[in-house]
Structures are given as C-alpha cells and as structure tokens.
Write a protein that binds this ligand. Structure first.
Ligand SMILES: Cc1cc2nc3c(=O)[nH]c(=O)nc-3n(C[C@H](O)[C@H](O)[C@H](O)COP(=O)(O)OP(=O)(O)OC[C@H]3O[C@@H](n4cnc5c(N)ncnc54)[C@H](O)[C@@H]3O)c2cc1C
Length: 429
C-alpha cells in the first residue's frame, strides 16, 4: 500500500488533516465491468458502493485522486433538502412528489451517519445545523420555511429567537435561527476517502490519475483514457462541475461557480467554544451566503466568497479575512492557515439534475452547492435504477431543467450580471 501524499489534493485544512489512504493505479489496457463510473467524488463512490454491495462488478475512473473535487473540499455541512427551495419543487412536480423527494433528502442525511458507523469512517461528525437570520426579512423567510416544513413535510425544526441563538452563538450579527438537530457537519475528505475504502472492500476497482477523454455510447458504453479503456453494461457520469465534453447535453445544464473557504490558525478550545458553544454548523440565508463551523482542532472554518467567473478574487486570503471579520469582529487579526476553493455545479433552477441518457448512461449533477448529503442519495438512486428499480430516479427526472441561456461563451457574463442583482438585494433588504 502506498501512502497518499497530501499535496496531491488542493492544499487545504482537509488535505493537511486527511487520514492516510492508498493510492490507486492508473487505468491501463482494456477492462470490462458491469458498471463503469466516471468520477471518484461522493456521487460516483456512493453509486459504486451500492452497486458492489448488490453484487455488481464496478470500475471507477478518476481524473485526479479520490475526493479531489468538491467532495474533498467543501464546507462539510450535511443538510436536508436540495439547492433550491422546496416550494419550487412542489410547483414543478406537485405536493405529493415534492414530499417524497424531501423525505429522500432526509434519507440522504441519515445515510451519511449510517455509512460513518457501518464502515467505521472517522470523519469528525458533529450534530446540529442552524440557518441564521441577519435581518427582519430573513426572520420572515425562516419562519415561513419552518411552517412549510412542519405543515407539508412533517419535518419539525426549531425556531430560535435572538436570545436562544445568542445562548449558543453570542454574535450580534444574527437575530434568529432555524435549528435542525438531525443535520450536522463532518470532515468531507475523510468521509470521501472512507467511502472509497468501503467501496474497495466491497470489490470496486478504482483508477486514479486517469482523465476520461471520451465516452463511447452504444450497447456497452465505454470510457476511454489516454492509457486505457473500460466498458460495461452501464455507465454512471459523476464528474460534477469538472466534467466537460463527455456528454454535451449535460454540459449546458450546469454552470461551474467558484467558492472559497478559509481555515483559521488554531484558536484554542476556549476561544473557539466562545464562537459556537454547541459546535453546530451555521449558514446565513443571503444569496451570497456565509457559512462556518469549528474543526476538531478548534479552528474556525469560514466559507463564503463566490466567483461566478470561476476566477479566484484578487488577494483571496485578504478578501476572506475581511468577510470573516465582518461576522466575527473578535477574530480581527487572526490568520488563515489555509484558504482554498472549489467548483460547485449550479443548475439554472438550483434543483438536482439526475437522470438517464438513452438506455444505459446515468448521471447526477446540479447539486448547486448542496451536495454532501444529496450525493449519497443520488448514488443510491442511480444504483437502484441500474438494478431495474427506476421509480425514484424517474421522480427526480420530472423536475424540469433548461439550458443556461447564451451558450457557454455568454452564460458567464449573464450570470455575473444576475448575481450582481442578488448581491445588491442582500445588501439593501
Ligand atoms: C468550496 C465548496 C464548499 C461546499 N460546501 C458544501 C456544504 O457545506 N454542504 C453541502 O451540502 N455541499 C457543499 N458543497 C457542494 C458539495 O461539495 C458537492 O455538491 C458534492 O461534493 C458533489 O460531489 P460529486 O461527487 O458529484 O462531485 P465531485 O466531488 O466534484 O467529484 C467529481 C469527480 O469527477 C472527476 N472527474 C471530472 N471529470 C473527469 C473526467 N473527464 N475523467 C475522470 N474523472 C473526472 C473529478 O476529478 C472529481 O474528483 C460545496 C462545494 C464546494 C466546492
């Protein structure tokens, strides 16, 4: 077994604190399998694990390393629901189907806990997540959300007024919160590496540093790399924001957006606990949101800056530090030990885009920055469909999706213009 060199992942607090994990070989020569999977993030690994547990022979082909993409870099916030508001899903597919989709998203959260336990993955799980209000408009939105979740989805979440929130997070910026004890947070790279370990133990073959150059469709879809190829009865495309040119009809449905996180230097237990006493994860509900949580070694992990051009803002650490100091003035002068970014795959309506191309190519994308739990569910649902139970995938495939207007060249400037409006709205109301 070769021990992973952490520098193979983007330099982040996660890669610096990752558990040792084996490196996997490059794909060479011609292989066959029952199912071939592009991408060793949470979606691809979840599908591979479920399929292997059902007795299928699975090969996963990864361009870089297991967890190299969003799965190994994200905020680690494990939350119910999807990237878009649930009432929108109800408008598109009807309330009964919306209810089913929502409950499956809750299954996605439960799956994370189950997999951590079943496969003995140490990923620093912590209970609790709060969506927080900065202004009165947010209080109204959060209370309406709580009513919708309780009345229509039988999913009770707690409303905390300013005093209740201050008791857990003494912070003058926030005036209320929607708290969910079932959601939580974890170390996403260790979770992804743990899932890979479980998949390999179930018989999955993983190939790293093997970018797929093309997908040949037909009765036995085939993934080709520079050094080899693998064909199967079925193919799963799980390349997220990073995949391009493999299935052009999928490319136009998502837009890669850069988003950034900083991990402070260790704050010491007492100072860290003063920021978030109950160790929950926190996200505000602005369009250009801030989200944060503590790490097991008492750092603040602060995320928030987005880049619709995917180019990191100039002086990223300085920009992130200013953002963090706006939320936690008491951290003025505290340094980031590492700052990193990743790409999220937003769909035009922010809803999950999961489905099938032809008879035997399956895909899941469009997690829209809300994928730590939903990816596990996506993998399970793709695996079910491949095994002949397509009911749940068909339910997701009923969500309507449109191409980003303007084609690849124009969509970035158009999105930048749209986002400027939403940011203005955040600032004014
Ligand atoms: C900075 C950041 C913060 C986030 N925070 C949160 C959060 O707190 N909570 C939450 O729920 N969600 C969050 N997300 C979103 C979440 O991380 C993603 O939705 C999720 O990880 C997507 O998983 P995936 O497996 O679909 O994609 P990825 O993890 O991106 O995996 C795709 C894999 O496919 C590989 N690949 C691509 N093209 C090819 C090719 N041609 N050949 C071979 N391999 C290929 C890539 O190398 C990559 O490893 C965040 C995302 C980012 C970037």
């Amino acid at each position: 077994m070769t021990v992973r060199n952490p520098s193979e992942h983007v330099d982040s607090w996660y890669s610096r604190s990752a558990a040792p994990a084996p490196a996997h070989p490059r794909l060479e020569g011609r292989l066959t399998a029952d199912v071939v999977v592009l991408g060793a993030g949470l979606t691809g690994l979840s599908a591979a694990l479920e399929l292997a547990q059902a007795g299928l022979d699975v090969v996963v082909v990864e361009a870089h390393r297991v967890g190299w993409g969003a799965s190994g870099r994200n905020g680690g916030q494990v939350i119910f629901g999807f990237g878009c508001d649930q009432p929108k899903i109800a408008d598109w597919v009807g309330m009964d189907a919306s209810r089913e989709l929502f409950h499956w998203s809750v299954e996605g959260v439960a799956m994370v806990r189950e997999r951590l336990a079943r496969h003995a993955i140490n990923a620093d799980w912590r209970d609790g997540h709060a969506h927080v209000a900065i202004k009165p408009r947010h209080v109204g939105e959060l209370k309406a959300w709580q009513r919708d979740l309780g009345d229509n989805y039988a999913y009770p979440v707690q409303w905390w007024d300013r005093d209740q929130l201050q008791a857990q997070m003494p912070n003058a910026r926030y005036i209320g919160a929607l708290y969910d004890p079932r959601s939580g947070h974890l170390h996403p790279l260790n979770y992804t590496l743990g899932l890979a370990r479980a998949a390999v133990a179930a018989g999955v073959r993983i190939f790293e540093q093997s970018p797929v150059l093309s997908l040949e469709r037909g009765p036995r879809p085939r993934l080709r790399t520079a050094g080899g190829e693998v064909e199967g009865d079925f193919c799963v495309l799980a390349g997220n924001a990073l995949v391009h040119g493999i299935a052009p009809e999928l490319d136009d449905k998502i837009m890669p957006v850069g988003t950034y996180i900083g991990a402070t230097e260790p704050l010491g237990e007492a100072r860290a606990r003063d920021l978030i006493r109950n160790d929950m994860a926190v996200a505000d509900i602005n369009w250009a949101l801030d989200y944060f949580r503590l790490t097991r070694d008492h750092r603040l992990l602060f995320g928030g800056q987005a880049s619709y051009s995917t180019l990191p803002p100039p002086n990223l650490p300085g920009t992130m530090m200013r953002r963090m100091a706006r939320v936690f003035p008491q951290l003025q002068g505290v340094k980031f030990d590492s700052v990193w970014g990743g790409l999220i795959d937003i769909s035009l309506n922010r809803a999950p885009h999961w489905g099938r191309l032809g008879d035997n190519v399956y895909f899941a994308q469009g997690f829209s920055g809300h994928g730590v739990a939903a990816t596990g569910l996506a993998g399970r649902i793709l695996a079910e469909a491949i095994r002949g139970q397509a009911g749940r995938l068909d339910a997701f495939a009923r969500i309507p999706h449109r191409n980003f207007p303007g084609g690849r060249g124009l969509r970035t400037p158009m999105l930048v213009a749209a986002m400027a409006w939403f940011k203005l709205r955040d600032a004014l109301w």
